[in-house]
Ligand binder design. Structure first.
Ligand code: SAH
Length: 251
């Protein structure tokens, strides 16, 4: 069933006006007509069955009928990713949304060759991925900041999984097994890797845990997907503790 992320509050019989773009997607691309049913979520009120009440050139009206899934949060996991080439960064954001991160923080390092990113476009990609993957929220994409600013901004209590291709880090599954299952950030460097000075500064942080993702050098997108997958399977919601997508979702 089609899922749509909306900003509005979801309450019974509210009337939600959606703009031209999502309306075009529903009526033209997905060929829904008045009376059609779909699922809506807003990151706060869980997932609701809704009806496409009105269709017009200006937009559509959705009416939430009843809640099918209560709001649930994903584990407090964030991805801190160095600015890599646009296409690869877009893949990383989409995969991070599917892999359940709460936030994607873009970071500038000595060897990143871009200094800005299209946060609006990356947010749209994260939203679409969240609709497809059955999440009840959309990860936020935080605009690029220098590595030092991001590292000093990590709140007390959050651990940092430093994916260090330097070679002498602990194998990731071993490093994470039995680790603290609270808030974590996963740090992935740029195509050129971290500089020796950056590597030393990160390793100096008490809350940083350097990990190896195996004997081969992975591209940033592969490393992000691999690191997030291992984290979710050892400390996150791949351990089968959470309710999976609703039945309405799967069939
Ligand atoms: N410096 C590498 C390229 C870096 S790959 C080179 O010489 O080509 C981009 C990022 O992916 C790295 O900064 C690191 O965070 C992560 N990464 C890649 N392979 C890794 C590995 N085997 N172990 C840990 N992290 C890895």
């Amino acid at each position: 069933m089609i899922r749509l992320f909306v900003d509005s509050d979801l309450t019974e019989a509210a009337r939600i006006t959606i703009g031209a773009e999502p309306s075009h997607y529903l009526t033209r691309v997905m060929r829904l007509g008045p009376g059609a049913a779909l699922l809506v979520f807003n990151g706060r009120d869980g997932e609701w069955r809704a009806t496409l009440a009105e269709v017009s050139k200006r937009g559509c009206i959705l009416v939430p009928e009843f809640q099918v899934r209560p709001q649930a949060t994903t584990p407090d996991l964030e991805l801190v990713i160095a600015l890599v080439k646009r296409a690869r960064l877009e893949t990383i954001v989409e995969k991070a949304a599917e892999l359940g991160v709460r936030r994607v923080r873009l970071v500038l390092t000595e060897r990143t060759n871009a200094d800005h990113a299209n946060v609006a476009r990356l947010t749209a990609i994260a939203t679409e991925a969240s609709e497809q993957t059955g999440r009840l929220d959309v990860p936020t994409v935080v605009a690029p900041q220098p590595l030092s600013v991001v590292l000093s901004g990590i709140e007390p209590g959050r651990r940092l999984m430093f994916c260090d291709e330097g070679g002498e880090a602990t194998p990731v599954a071993e490093a994470l097994s039995g680790a603290f299952a609270g808030p974590w950030a996963v740090l992935i460097g740029p195509e050129g890797g971290f500089s020796p000075a950056e590597r030393a500064a990160i390793r100096d942080l008490a809350f940083a845990l350097p990990v190896s993702l195996g004997p081969r050098i992975l591209r940033a997108d592969t490393a992000a997907i691999a690191a997030l997958s291992v984290w979710q399977s050892t400390l996150g919601d791949w351990r089968g503790l959470e309710v999976g997508p609703s039945a309405a979702q799967v069939n």
